[in-house]
Design a protein around this ligand. Structure first.
Ligand SMILES: Cc1cc2nc3c(=O)[nH]c(=O)nc-3n(C[C@H](O)[C@H](O)[C@H](O)COP(=O)(O)OP(=O)(O)OC[C@H]3O[C@@H](n4cnc5c(N)ncnc54)[C@H](O)[C@@H]3O)c2cc1C
Length: 203
């Protein structure tokens, strides 16, 4: 009695949409044009988080409306601890601007200056340390999360369609339930593509 195993090359690609758009993977044969056109219509913006540690809590728990950072939040809310840490969450144009600055210190300085104008110089006076996380600079991510562009039509459907039951596409940008941009949206696409593979091998 022999068991015959057929190994079919099947791959689920779950890389960020930016990595498809900048051709970071070379496909042989090349991906169909409709696929690369669909990728080009799905956008991904920059995103930065900066943690700022101070020796006094001079700030409010939520600071809304800054020009450099629209939303700062006290990181200690809901957590145990005694450190005074403020989180600056920056997306879109402001993130692109900060990302263009020469280094992390320059980003931190911009934020401290903004906080100084709001709190009469207390930010710089009590600043201890800062940490910058700029997702657009991560070489294998290059952005925060995908967003839809005007007139993109059914680009997400085309982008997410498998090719010849061999290449399957997952990741947040390939979510078709409106849950793109999220962890659970990315997970949903993983389940979806595993089911698609199982369906294709049992055809
Ligand atoms: C600041 C910020 C806050 C967020 N907050 C939330 C939140 O509160 N709730 C929420 O649900 N979501 C949030 N998100 C979004 C969420 O993190 C993403 O939607 C989710 O991580 C996307 O998952 P993914 O698997 O599609 O991609 P990723 O998690 O980016 O995984 C893609 C993987 O592919 C790898 N990769 C890239 N290129 C290659 C290659 N050539 N070969 C092999 N591997 C490669 C990368 O290294 C990476 O590990 C946030 C995102 C950011 C940036």
């Amino acid at each position: 009695m022999f068991l015959k195993l057929t190994i079919l090359p099947m791959v689920i690609l779950s890389i960020p949409i930016t990595m498809f758009k900048n051709n970071s993977i070379e496909f042989t044969p090349a991906l169909p044009t409709e696929k690369t056109e669909a990728f080009s219509k799905i956008a991904m913006g920059p995103g930065i988080k900066v943690h700022l540690k101070f020796n006094t809590k001079f700030y409010d728990d939520n600071i809304i409306g800054g020009k450099i950072c629209a939303a700062y939040a006290n990181e200690l809310v809901g957590k145990n601890g005694s450190d005074n840490v403020l989180l600056a969450f920056i997306m879109g144009d402001q993130a692109a601007y900060l990302s263009s600055l020469p280094n992390d210190n320059a980003i931190i300085t911009e934020l401290l200056q903004e906080l100084d104008t709001m709190y009469s110089g207390q930010a710089s006076a009590s600043f201890i340390a800062g940490h910058v996380e700029d997702w657009s600079k991560h070489p294998f991510i290059m952005g925060a999360y995908s967003y839809s562009t005007i007139n993109m039509g059914n680009a997400r459907e085309v982008a997410a369609k498998s090719i010849d039951d061999k290449l399957f596409f997952a990741g947040e940008a390939m979510n078709l339930n409106g849950h793109h941009q999220t962890v659970f949206g990315a997970a949903e696409t993983g389940y979806r593509e595993v089911i698609n593979i199982l369906n294709s091998v049992t055809k």
